[in-house]
Design a protein around this ligand. Structure first.
Ligand code: MG
Length: 247
């Protein structure tokens, strides 16, 4: 009986040790997998009825979000558009949609800079991010042979959930996120009846499976982060989910 108790206590301490702090460099890395060449459907045009947020031509759906210390408060985006893609102009400021979204499916294609500066590692390499409407950041980062804390690598829910696997393509290659966001639900007394959940498919591979994001906003804008690196985006669209699928 005594030995069972000891085993039980030991098992308890192992469990406790596995609760990782945010941005913990000791956390085990997700396994690296080759996503293979993109299937044709990965970069398909927006489906009928989708809200096209970037079609390679203009940023009419977006406004600039200057930082608190930014003297220039102009709402006009400063990122550059060329050859059908959008490229971050470092220190140009993040951008956000003017429209708010509730339950939705988001498609976005991105590429980190092909020219890798060996002096830049970890969070300094190809950093940007997709801020979900009303919720957390899905990290954009060059995570191809570039180590960082697992809940901050590409396709992580930043500071919260590492991806199940690392399927990052090489710098300069186009990658895709297909994200399903189901907003939280509340009853008439504002009691949470269903948490917000997010599912992320990176380069055709499931990497976040209905991750619980808790309560909070039931709608919000989609924003893209300027983290000082010239990351590119193209083919950005959102489908509003009309029904109320169960998470
Ligand atoms: Mg980021």
């Amino acid at each position: 009986m005594k030995s069972l108790l000891v085993i039980g206590l030991l098992a308890g301490s192992v469990c406790a040790a596995e609760e990782w702090k945010p941005r913990d460099m000791n956390r085990p890395r997700p396994p690296v997998r080759d996503p293979g060449a993109p299937a044709a459907k990965e970069f398909a045009p927006p489906p009928a009825g989708a809200v096209v947020l970037f079609n390679g031509k203009d940023l009419n759906q977006w406004e600039r979000k200057p930082g608190a210390k930014d003297q220039d408060k102009s709402p006009a985006p400063k990122w550059k558009i060329e050859n059908g893609y959008l490229e971050i102009v470092p220190k140009g400021g993040s951008i956000a949609t003017m429209e708010k979204f509730g339950d939705c499916r988001i498609h976005i294609e991105w590429a980190t800079p092909a020219q890798v500066d060996p002096a830049k590692t970890g969070q300094g390499r190809g950093n940007s991010g997709v801020f979900l409407p009303g919720h957390n950041e899905v990290q954009v980062l060059d995570s191809y042979q570039n180590d960082t804390y697992p809940d901050g690598q590409a396709a992580a829910i930043y500071s919260k959930s590492p991806p199940l696997v690392n399927v990052c393509r090489k710098p300069g290659e186009w990658q895709s996120y297909d994200i399903t966001l189901l907003q939280p639900r509340y009853d008439a007394q504002r009691k949470l009846t269903r948490p917000c959940t997010v599912t992320v498919i990176h380069n055709g591979v499931l990497v976040q499976d209905k991750v619980d994001l808790g309560g909070g906003a039931t709608e919000g804008v989609l924003s893209l982060q300027d983290h000082g690196n010239p990351v590119r985006y193209r083919n950005v669209w959102i489908q509003k989910l009309e029904k109320d699928p169960k998470p």
